[in-house]
Ligand binder design. Structure first.
Ligand code: G3P
Length: 234
């Protein structure tokens, strides 16, 4: 399962990329506004240089001609750009045209299995169903992921990856993984939550304390360099 981070915050992206566990980035107009960055193109270019995997950059227009022109421009920023288009008739038309040219496309704002079928037929690289926003209105976001995964599995000619979006908590990520979703795009705060377990903290404290009692050290130099192994048996 691939992990994308759902943010336009450069500091967060750099910090999470350093873990080596980040496979891509998704942005949207709201996240760009939240970042306070005033040059969207420069921002996307920098993100695409930090993370080698797909970086979703969303078109701003809603009509076909302008979305198409914006998409072509965004795609030229870097080889790893996925142009993000809304799940509308015009957005899917743009998706089909860009996909046929070899550009990655992420179809966003997907709220039904029917919409996900359309995105696959339009050749989308990714479809982004928003689970949290469905939960917010009393529907079951994860059921939508289950439905889309089931449908896509039934049609091997569909190459579209299910990109679980609007993730609110680690439970969404675990459920998505159990269903075989290809990608989850996760807010930085939720990615950090994935690492945590109180028994890990407790166990580590115990190991550190017990190791100190042995009075031993694993031989490394003070600058962190690895010393040569001692020859002979210990
Ligand atoms: O990037 C799209 C999606 O993940 C947005 O999530 O939290 O605004 O519903 P949210």
């Amino acid at each position: 399962m691939k992990f994308f981070v759902d943010t336009a915050d450069l500091a967060e992206i750099k910090e999470l990329a350093a873990t080596g566990l980040l496979d891509g980035v998704t942005t949207n107009p709201s996240l760009v506004a939240k970042s306070g960055h005033h040059d969207f193109i420069a921002l996307v270019k920098e993100i695409a240089s930090i993370v080698p995997g797909p970086v979703s950059a969303e078109v701003a227009a809603t009509d076909f001609d302008t979305m198409m022109a914006e998409g072509l421009y965004l795609a030229r920023i870097a080889r790893n750009i996925a142009v993000k288009v809304p799940l509308t008739p015009a957005g899917l038309k743009v998706c089909k045209a860009l996909s046929q040219q070899g550009t990655m496309v992420n179809v966003t704002l997907c709220f039904s299995a029917a919409q996900a079928i359309l995105a696959a037929k339009a050749g989308a690289t990714f479809v982004s169903p928003f689970v949290g926003r469905l939960d917010d209105i009393g529907e079951n976001g994860m059921q939508l992921i289950a439905d889309i995964c089931q449908i896509y599995k039934a049609y091997p000619q569909f190459k579209t990856e299910v990109l679980v979006a609007s993730v609110r908590h680690p439970g969404h990520v675990i459920e998505a993984a159990k269903m075989g979703a290809h990608v989850a795009t996760i807010p930085p705060s939720v990615i950090r939550q994935l690492f945590n377990h109180p028994l890990t903290d407790k166990g580590l404290a115990q190991f550190v304390s017990d190791w100190q009692k042995t009075g031993q050290k694993i031989p490394i130099d003070s600058d962190g360099k690895v010393q040569p192994l001692k020859s002979g048996r210990a």
